[in-house]
Ligand binder design. Structure first.
Ligand code: PLP
Length: 427
């Protein structure tokens, strides 16, 4: 008898973030189109979280597919040390052109974690090259910056990375600023930064993704960046999740007054189709690596650095994002979310509801308050599954960050499923 896809998977595959002993069978997804995932048994699922927050224009977008195919006819892959190619240069030109003026140079890597890793290495080496000793980092509580060692070091410590904690470098954490605590947070940040030992401050601007789409105010982040600048710490805006209009503007930093020194991007940068990570730095950082000695260079790279096909996907994504149609659609989604926000904000099962652009996040009331391991997660996941929606809550936080191609009817079906979940939980 032929084995099913899930059976063959179980025999040979080790999945990410998964306890393989207890995990249920994986979804057998054989096709994806627009906002939909199609299972082997023919069932269709609405991809409400854009497949790990990556897919911007819907699955198998024909324009991006065409550009990828065209690039494959030109150059598939090429070494990126001592060589260059048109799509990498176009990517760098267009990304720098889309960013505030002080950004200047683009370093290529493969994913969000490596983009962050590169940013951290740039900062440590910046100080090293200048002969200044600064060994600590400042980060926000609840942060998630990826799973490589540097990225783990600056992320929230806990059950996800406990086996490695003894290997991490020194990081000081401050709470995410809110209307209630911001004075204490700023005072704590200043106390730490004043030591002069902080090399860099890293943050997810405006929305902490993995912490449960925790949304916070630009004005408080501005004050934290200003403090970092005052005490000579460089700053990294990790836009791996927030980039490309997720927060309503092209980048979340477009809503800031202050200028971070480094920005990282990945996920939606190719429309969510191919892996690539970018770390963009100021001219001042770049200049600190220029020297006759090779040892002062950033001696970092990956086999697939600057992959031409991934770069072609970046450029195709930028084409789509520049179109009037996409911009209108993003505005429309922001409007739908606003209206739904107003409709449910006073529901007794809604603990908190927040919106940043196209992201809507709802903290459901959980008396047991089990955070990431909230029982509500399981109930909600199964509820959405029954409604043919793939919506993976983070603990008791249900959130929507759907592909921009989603139709009004499809979005309404997600809202309706949330309404029904709220009713179910009220009983
Ligand atoms: C803000 C942020 N930074 C970095 C990462 C890591 O990206 P990747 O999963 O591509 O390594 C993520 C992933 O969720 C993220 O949300």
């Amino acid at each position: 008898m032929n084995k099913s896809l899930a059976q063959r998977d179980k025999e040979f595959v080790w999945h990410p973030f998964t306890q393989m002993k207890t995990a249920p069978e994986p979804l057998e997804i054989v096709k994806a189109k627009d906002a939909w995932l199609i299972l082997e048994n023919g069932r269709k699922l609405l991809d409400a979280n854009s497949s790990w927050w990556t897919v911007l224009h819907g699955h198998c977008n024909s324009y991006i597919g065409k550009k990828i195919a065209e690039q494959y006819q030109e150059i598939d892959h090429v070494i990126f040390a001592g060589a260059t190619h048109p799509k990498a240069v176009e990517t760098a030109e267009r990304i720098v052109g889309a960013l505030p003026n002080h950004f200047s140079k683009v370093f290529f890597s493969d994913n969000g974690s490596t983009a962050v890793e590169v940013g951290i290495k740039m900062i440590y080496q910046y100080w090293h090259n200048k002969g200044i000793s600064k060994k600590r980092f400042l980060a926000l509580e609840g942060a998630y910056h990826g799973d490589t060692f540097g990225a783990m070091s600056v992320s929230q410590r806990g059950y996800f990375n406990a086996p490695f904690e003894h290997l991490f470098f020194e990081v000081d954490y401050i709470p995410v600023p809110t209307d209630e605590n911001y004075k204490e947070v700023l005072a704590k940040a200043e106390y730490i930064l004043k030591t002069g030992e902080v090399a860099g401050f890293i943050f997810e601007p405006l929305v902490q993704g993995a912490a449960g789409m925790r949304i916070y105010k630009a004005e408080y982040l501005d004050q934290l960046i200003a403090l970092a600048k005052k005490y000579n710490a460089l700053t990294i805006a990790d836009e791996v999740m927030t980039g490309f209009y997720r927060t309503g503007t092209l980048f979340a930093i477009n809503q800031l007054e202050q200028e971070p020194d480094i920005i990282t991007m990945s996920k939606g940068i190719t429309g969510g189709v191919l892996p690539i990570g970018l770390t963009v730095a100021t001219q001042e950082i770049y200049d600190a690596f220029l020297d006759d000695a090779t040892t002062k260079a950033l001696l970092h790279g990956h086999s697939f650095t600057g992959n031409p096909i991934s770069c072609a996907a970046v450029c195709a994504n930028l084409d789509l994002l520049e179109s009037e149609e996409t911009n209108q659609k993003i505005e429309t989604i922001v409007g739908w979310h606003k209206a739904y926000f107003n409709k449910i904000e006073n529901h007794p099962m809604v603990d908190k509801i927040r919106q940043a652009g196209t992201i809507l996040s709802i903290n459901l009331k959980d008396e047991a308050d089990n955070g990431y391991f909230s029982n509500i997660r399981e109930i909600a996941l199964n509820h959405f599954w029954d409604k043919n929606i793939l919506l993976r809550p983070l603990g008791n936080v249900v959130f929507i960050n759907a592909p921009y191609c989603i139709s009004e009817g499809e979005m309404n079906s997600i809202y309706k499923a949330i309404d029904e979940l709220l009713e179910k939980l009220s009983k």
